[in-house]
Design a protein around this ligand. Structure first.
Ligand SMILES: Nc1ncnc2c1ncn2[C@@H]1O[C@H](COP(=O)(O)OP(=O)(O)O)[C@@H](O)[C@H]1O
Ligand SMILES: [Mg+2]
Length: 372
């Protein structure tokens, strides 16, 4: 399918939460994003467990396992596209390209030999769908000296910036990232710290479920201010951007280190404090780097955590808080849409990164193209 103003693109995203593959089909007519269909494709239980183990316990991941997971994740991404196409009755021949983020297993942009690793073999996706697939977006930015993340700010800027109002986009996935969209001047953006990842991990440990639905558990507890202060004392929060992070850093062991001094804090209070930590990290990032924002626009799974949204609303005041739904894009699908859009940029030979965000030496055309 030749690329034109009415072309269909598919975006595939699975974030650090590993809660499944977000697949979205869309068009980008006249500087807008029209979702056609979406599909959330769960990883089979065994695969999710294997991915979590491989990423959380690096020494347990052999080369054989890595190769096998790369292929199995590719198959899942391929199957997600097949379901999406069936659901929307879209002919693969009508799709210009798939943009596949893949599944991050490791992100070490600040290591002596910086690298970032997303798996989900794009060859499997292109071969199985018959659709040109663009993938491996982050490594080009790292090769240009950047963090390789966040990459969605270019899409946020394209879709949500406004010539009259300074806005901030916040994506609350496993990790939370902010994009500052000034009226004038360069776009900035960075990972500000944990989004849902610690909330999910603590909830799983104490309640055995994947996440604290609607924030019902955290709202039962109360914030332990001393604990919150110690959590916020972590140097990552004060680090100057460009910066990015992941579950390699913000995980249960990170939390346990701080909790050692707060052993008597009841679990529900820890959950409340973690919720406040996410809200604080986001609000502080906005205040310290972009005080002028009048509007804070949120997307990502965190929008469903009512306790978190209420805390963020309080912390971000007087800025107005709402979700991307106000601007016509369902907050659950912004990240997937961004990777469909990034695929379009790549096919058109246009850069997908913003150097002022990632710290790359220059804007670059991102990703590899795997032809249909
Ligand atoms: N109803 C809900 N209540 C509370 N949290 C939710 C709810 N729905 C989703 N979430 C949170 O959103 C996370 C998934 O968000 P997502 O944006 O997909 O993150 P990622 O990009 O890391 O995959 C879940 O792990 C969970 O923490
Ligand atoms: Mg997700």
């Amino acid at each position: 399918m030749p690329d034109n103003n009415g072309s269909i693109y598919i975006g595939l995203m699975s974030g650090t939460s590993m809660d499944g593959i977000d697949a979205a089909a869309m068009r980008f007519p006249d500087n807008s994003c029209n979702l056609i269909t979406t599909h959330q494709h769960p990883y089979p239980g065994g695969l999710r467990t294997a991915l979590a183990a491989a990423s959380r316990k690096p020494h347990a991941c052999t080369l054989d396992l890595l190769g096998e997971l790369d292929q199995r994740v590719g198959e899942c991404f391929r199957d997600a596209v097949a379901k999406l196409l069936r659901k929307a009755k879209i002919d693969p021949a009508d799709v210009a390209a798939i943009g596949s983020h893949g599944q991050t297993l490791r992100h070490r942009p600040d290591a002596e030999n910086p690298f970032t690793l997303q798996i989900g073999d794009p060859n499997v996706i292109a071969a199985g769908t018959g659709i040109t697939t663009v993938a491996d977006f982050r490594r080009r930015d790292v090769a240009e000296g950047g963090q390789g993340a966040p990459l969605t700010p270019a899409f946020h800027h394209w879709l949500f910036s406004d010539s009259n109002d300074a806005r901030v986009l916040v994506n609350i996935g496993g990790i939370a990232n902010v994009t500052c969209l000034p009226i004038l001047g360069p776009v900035t953006g960075f990972d500000c710290g944990p989004g849902n990842t610690l909330l999910d991990a603590w909830n799983l440990k104490h309640r055995g479920t994947q996440f604290d639905r609607d924030g019902k558990w955290s709202v039962e507890g109360s914030v332990d201010e001393a604990l919150l202060g110690d959590l916020l004392a972590d140097p990552y929060f004060a680090l100057k951007p460009p910066k990015s992070t992941g579950f390699e850093y913000f995980n249960l062991s990170w939390l346990d280190n701080v909790l050692a001094e707060h052993a008597s804090t009841p679990p529900a209070n820890v959950q409340s404090t973690l919720c406040e930590l996410t809200a604080c990290a986001i609000a502080n990032a906005i205040r310290n780097h972009f005080g002028a924002a009048k509007e804070v626009i949120v997307c990502g799974g965190g929008v469903h955590n009512r306790d978190l949204m209420s805390r963020l609303g309080n912390r971000a005041f007087p800025a107005v808080l709402h979700t991307t739904a106000v601007y016509g894009l369902d907050p659950d699908w912004v990240e997937a849409a961004a990777f469909g859009w990034l695929a379009m940029r790549t096919l058109r030979g246009q850069p997908g990164n913003i150097a002022s965000v990632t710290g790359a030496a220059r804007p670059a055309v991102l990703g590899g193209v795997y032809s249909a």
